[in-house]
Ligand binder design. Structure first.
Ligand SMILES: [Fe+2]
Length: 277
């Protein structure tokens, strides 16, 4: 068993950038405590590297050449690409795991035509999670991107297959690995609806995710997701891939729609790892 931890968390830039403006400090602090538990769980797992399945936002990949899936095989990365003062995260270097990431890529390629990149500037989609999960930036990171921004987007059943490929790849190496998905459920970033949250939709999706209900999870059309959960809802692909990679019961450790200043229903999840998978 080389996958020793799997989870998911939100990555909205307001989580760091606007935390000081949050009025509901009690709820915010509960969220921060859940993130710290997740950090501790990853630390306790003995993971030697952290795979971050993210959905980046036109920081590295553009419409001139958009990979559906990409894995980072670089020595080091830098982030955030955004203004550090706006995000309230200092720009820093983050260690990669080139040899390990290349071995994972070779295995994933057996079933998924994954792209790979030696250069990658981390945006808030990775930096906000790392700010809480590896605050000293001392754990090697393997970034993975699923295009959730520029349609046509990879179908959800392919995100499922990608999750299976990720798991097979993790099982093929001797290193202990942690994996987190970062994304959002319903949210409308950078639109007039920013701050809107569809809690009913979020809880329905997250419930199905905890139970890994394949038929239901794969039944969401992009049109329905856009109508109910905004363009930010397309990021459910990262959560699905992580849940499939883990293969076990999911646990919704924290969710609230009561922090609209973060512009997303903030979520912290852990997935049991099905060792029989
Ligand atoms: Fe995002």
């Amino acid at each position: 068993m080389s996958l020793v931890y799997a989870g998911a968390l939100s990555h909205a830039p307001g989580i760091t950038g606007r935390a000081h403006l949050c009025e509901n400090t009690a709820r915010r602090d509960e969220f921060l405590a859940a993130l710290d538990r997740q950090r501790q769980d990853i630390e306790d797992s003995g993971a030697e590297a952290l795979i971050v399945v993210a959905a980046e936002h036109f920081a590295n990949f553009f419409m001139n050449n958009m990979p559906a899936y990409c894995i980072g095989i670089g020595d080091t990365y830098e982030g955030p690409i955004e203004d550090p003062e706006w995000l309230r995260i200092e720009r820093t270097k983050i260690p990669g795991a080139p040899d390990l990431a290349t071995r994972l890529t070779r295995e994933i390629m057996q079933t998924v035509d994954v792209a790979y990149a030696e250069e990658w500037k981390f945006d808030h989609g990775i930096m906000v999670p790392l700010n809480f999960l590896t605050p000293k930036y001392d754990l090697p990171i393997i970034p993975v991107n699923i295009n959730c921004q520029g349609p046509p987007l990879t179908p959800l059943h392919r995100a499922w297959v990608f999750g299976e490929a990720l798991r097979r790849a993790c099982d093929s190496v001797p290193e202990k690995l942690a994996l987190v998905a970062t994304g959002g459920v319903s949210h409308w970033p950078a639109t007039p609806d920013s701050g809107k949250i569809n809690e009913t939709w979020d809880r329905q999706f997250l419930g199905q995710l905890t139970r890994l209900e394949k038929d239901k999870l794969l039944s969401y059309s992009d049109e329905e997701t856009y109508a109910q959960a905004g363009q930010g809802g397309f990021e459910i692909r990262t959560y699905i891939a992580a849940a499939v990679a883990a293969g076990g019961q999911g646990h919704l450790q924290f969710y609230t729609a009561e922090l609209p200043i973060f512009a997303v229903g903030v979520t912290v999840m852990k997935f049991d790892i099905d060792t029989a998978a």
